[in-house]
Ligand binder design. Structure first.
Ligand code: G6P
Length: 366
């Protein structure tokens, strides 16, 4: 096993470090002659034009990948996207017809609720597209179309490269569908450059965050951690909090920053850690006001932002950094410091990182 870990102490760290390569392997076959292509999708431009609604359904981190991808699809394609937990969708008599595209996301392709949701959507006449990592898995076999995330085998129970490659596929699909719908004219090159920069930017995120093991020593004994953010930052906060819960067993809760004053603010007291995600310049000022709000109640703020973002840097107690990224495609890069934070906090607490208690890699029961 030591050899399989490639010199890393845990599979999870190995898989975190493999992300630049995994994301690159996911993007590379889908870019040809300056365009995003999906040869595995038998959908014609007119069939894409018929889609009136997209439903993304999944469980766990795959569901949060959907939450992150929704922004890019809606922004570029102007098609409404609903992201629904598979375990809810299957019991909700969903409003689906043959003009609905259902995107089912699953690393393993074997999650029981996800399979059941896929079957329900197919029975209602939707077109179904699976985003899957394990080749030949049940979800891959059942869906009308399958797009693989080329992440390679993922051993650690808590997903890392599985999630980032899922989000990458959603970004690629967003650009592809938008192109087929004629909505990206003049923007193709810019979008492509932003996608192709992702592997390098993940590497930069590693290089910018050498202080994470030290931050873990400061925060590992906290009773609970709040993650806040708006818009794309909120979607990333959800996955960041889940990573923390799964492997460190600390209570971690993601909150849309604008909702703080509707409840969570009541829990903010002296030294309460708040991890504030500020990777989206369009709404950063608003999140800054939430940081000021929680700080005035004594919170300890660990902000995640760009290095030269003086406004945030000057108010936060501690910092996680990301390189300058396109907010539309930020999740793939912005999640990386949060994965590392969860990893080092769990390590500090002596947890069984690759096999957290009570969790399974693939949940094949309902
Ligand atoms: C389990 C795993 C998670 C994963 C979820 C969905 O809970 O521990 O890491 O996100 O299942 O799994 P799937 O294979 O469908 O992506």
């Amino acid at each position: 096993q030591a050899a399989e870990k490639g010199g890393y102490e845990h599979f999870m760290l190995k898989e975190i470090m493999e992300q630049p390569g995994a994301v690159k392997a996911t993007i590379a076959p889908r870019i040809k002659e300056g365009k995003v292509v999906f040869e595995e999708l038998g959908l014609t431009a007119s069939e894409i034009g018929e889609i009136r609604k997209i439903i993304i359904t999944a469980c766990g981190s795959a569901y949060y990948a959907g939450c992150a991808g929704k922004y890019a699809i809606e922004k570029l394609c102007r098609i409404p996207v609903e992201v629904v937990l598979a375990s809810e969708l299957r019991y909700s008599d969903p409003l689906i017809d043959n003009r609905t595209l259902v995107i089912v996301i699953s690393q393993s392709g074997e999650t029981a609720d996800t399979i059941a949701a896929l079957k329900e959507c197919k029975a209602k006449g939707a077109r179904t597209l699976a985003v899957v990592n394990v080749v030949g898995s049940t979800v891959a076999k059942l869906a009308d179309y399958t797009v693989y995330t080329w992440a390679g085998p993922e051993i650690a129970v808590a997903t890392t490269k599985g999630y980032t490659t899922q989000v990458t596929v959603l970004y690629l699909l967003a650009v592809y569908f938008a192109g087929q719908l004629g909505r990206t004219e003049g923007e193709d090159r810019k979008l492509l450059t932003a996608l192709q920069a992702l592997p390098r930017q993940i590497q930069q995120a590693f290089d910018l965050n050498a202080s994470i093991p030290a931050l873990a020593k400061k925060y590992h004994a906290s009773k609970s951690l709040f993650f806040i953010g708006r818009n794309t930052d909120y979607a990333i906060a959800l996955e960041g909090a889940l990573k923390m819960k799964e492997i460190s067993y600390l209570h971690a809760e993601a909150y849309a920053a604008g909702e703080l004053k509707h409840g969570t603010i009541a829990l903010i007291e002296e030294h309460q850690p708040v991890i504030a995600l500020c990777g989206n310049p369009a709404i950063m000022e608003k999140t800054l006001s939430n940081i000021v709000e929680v700080k005035s109640r004594g919170a300890e703020v660990l902000a995640l932002t760009f290095r030269n973002n003086q406004k945030i840097v000057s108010v936060a107690d501690d910092l996680l950094f990301i390189p300058k990224i396109d907010a539309l495609f930020s999740a793939v890069v912005e999640i990386v410091p949060l994965q590392l934070l969860a990893y080092y906090v769990a390590r500090e607490n002596g947890c069984d990182i690759d096999k957290p208690k009570n969790l399974a890699k693939s949940v094949t029961v309902e």
